[in-house]
Write a protein of this length. Sequence first.
Length: 224
Amino acid sequence: MKKTVVITGANRGLGKAFVDVLIKDQDCFIVSLSRSLSEEQKSYSSKQFYFLELDLSKNNVESRITVLKDLIGDEPVYFINNANIIEPVVTIEHLDTEAIDKAISVNIKSTMVITNYFLRNFKTNLLTFVNISSGAANRAICNWSLYCSSKAFIEMFFKVAQCEYPPHSFFNINPGVMDTGMQKSLRDSHFPDVENFKDLHKEGQLKAPIDVAAEILKTVQLGT
Ligand SMILES: NC(=O)c1ccc[n+]([C@@H]2O[C@H](COP(=O)([O-])OP(=O)(O)OC[C@H]3O[C@@H](n4cnc5c(N)ncnc54)[C@H](OP(=O)(O)O)[C@@H]3O)[C@@H](O)[C@H]2O)c1
């Protein structure tokens, strides 16, 4: 059955892995809401893949995504809320207003705006919202205040959304630790627990994003 899957941050890391899996399904139309394309994505057919260049830290998310109305019909729609930033990894007194604004825009505000847009404009579609969360939503980690609190925020936002919109499905999924750019930037950061993250990498305990993507897609009944 035809379906459309809209993914934020689909150019690298877990977001790209979702595309790598879904592109094999001819019935799946993928919309990437990202700042750039991966090399492979540049050659994907427009029948299966649409790139909407979008910087989630900016104030124009709502007006930029109106093109989705022209791309989506009456098929089931999945929104994978994947893009997030973890920086800055610093104690609270070292957060500046610009960094606070940016993290809130990328991790919280853009998710709320996109979710609101789908609920307003695709009332009769079967909608599935998938929030890529983290253990950090429920665990306080020193120097991660913006990241931990934004993960907790969106988990609760999705729980409220599920109460308000029972016909649709809202998932909060913790992907576990994966070998992506985010982990690399954490290993290069300063925080009390950093050695544990370096050890996970050294001991080969980081999961491959492609395996995680396949598992998550199966959980939300999108697996091939
Ligand atoms: N890696 C882990 O161990 C881990 C563990 C738990 C949860 N997670 C969660 O898993 C999800 C994917 O993480 P990842 O590890 O794949 O992270 P990643 O490698 O850092 O990739 C992050 C993605 O977000 C995009 N992004 C960042 N800022 C953006 C902006 N302003 N506008 C548009 N896109 C933006 C990036 O695009 P650009 O290339 O344009 O920056 C990239 O595609 C995140 O929600 C993360 O919190 C990851």
